[in-house]
Design a protein around this ligand. Structure first.
Ligand SMILES: [Cu+2]
Length: 299
């Protein structure tokens, strides 16, 4: 077998295929961009990387693909990107149906938590790769923010981190904001690629809230826009419950777990659950503190 021959833009494989070299932006990344067909089988390994660790090019590819999934409906997307394409609304409807049912929350309170979210992520990843073929779904290691809020002694420190801010110094390398900053007024992202993202309104959907939005029935948010209140009925939640590295260590290595049954019941709560309240929270539900005080007075 002859050795691959080098060229300026990459190398020519023994079978004659031209293979682009991985870019200097992505040292060690498994990117090879075939520009000619090959008769040999290729194995392509995808690696799920930390969102914080992605180079700008990859982060933009991921976030821009998500934006496409917001804007392009299913039929049009399948025509353009192939059979694996699914819009964001496909995933939010599945999640809502599982989580917001009358009988129980099938997605979170029970043994289906991990397997159902893994399945949803796998389908999401196929849709992502129909648009951005070199990408895998990155993961968010939110224990990093866990250490930040503990160090600062305040939950507010979490919102000036790259995922959730418009602050250019945090976002770094001249990028557009990642997911964008939810402004105080309206609790909505107002600039960047995810500005003023709307929530589907569909009274015919099997699960919707009182205003027809595809939110849980008990979520009384009437805003047409994606909302990140970071609070719970106007009350700031203490930072102490933000999942920490230690909580994940315990779940992984605690010898007290003898069965999958015991382990999976804990997996969805302390190491994960509070993140939803911190990031999203609830709004348009008055002031929990005032409500509690008036209850006490009546008692
Ligand atoms: Cu969920």
């Amino acid at each position: 077998m002859s050795a691959p021959s080098a060229s300026a833009a990459g190398y020519v494989s023994p079978s004659g295929s031209h293979v682009d070299a991985p870019t200097t932006e992505t040292p060690g990344a498994p990117f090879v961009d075939l520009t000619a067909s090959s008769s040999r089988a290729l194995v392509c390994s995808y690696v799920r990387r930390s969102l914080r660790g992605l180079v700008k090019k990859d982060r933009d590819a991921f976030l821009d693909a998500m934006k496409t999934m917001i804007e392009v409906e299913q039929g049009q997307g399948i025509d353009k990107f192939g059979d694996d394409y699914r819009p964001i609304s496909h995933f939010s409807r599945i999640h809502l149906r599982g989580a917001g049912g009358r009988v129980s929350d099938h997605m979170h309170d029970g043994m289906g938590f991990l397997t159902q979210h893994a399945a949803l992520t796998s389908e999401f990843e196929l849709a992502l790769q129909s648009i951005a073929k070199t990408m895998a779904v990155p993961y968010w290691d939110f224990t990093v923010e866990g250490e930040i809020v503990r160090g600062a002694g305040t939950l507010a420190a979490a919102w000036n981190t790259p995922l959730w801010t418009d602050n250019a110094a945090e976002v770094a390398d001249g990028s557009e904001a990642w997911f964008g900053e939810a402004k105080q007024v309206g609790h909505t992202v107002q600039s960047g690629r995810f500005a003023w993202q709307t929530i589907d309104k569909d009274y015919d959907n099997d699960v919707h809230n009182a205003y027809g939005y595809l939110r849980a029935p008990w979520n009384v948010n009437d805003s047409p826009y994606l909302t990140r209140a970071h609070k719970f009925c106007n009350q700031t939640i203490g930072y102490e419950l933000w999942p920490s590295c230690g909580m994940h260590w315990n779940l992984t290595f605690d010898t007290g777990y003898n069965t999958w049954y015991q382990w999976v019941w804990d997996a969805g709560y302390a190491p994960h659950g509070p993140i939803h309240d911190y990031i999203g929270g609830y709004t348009n539900c008055g002031n929990l503190q005032i409500g509690r005080a008036s209850c006490r007075e009546r008692v």
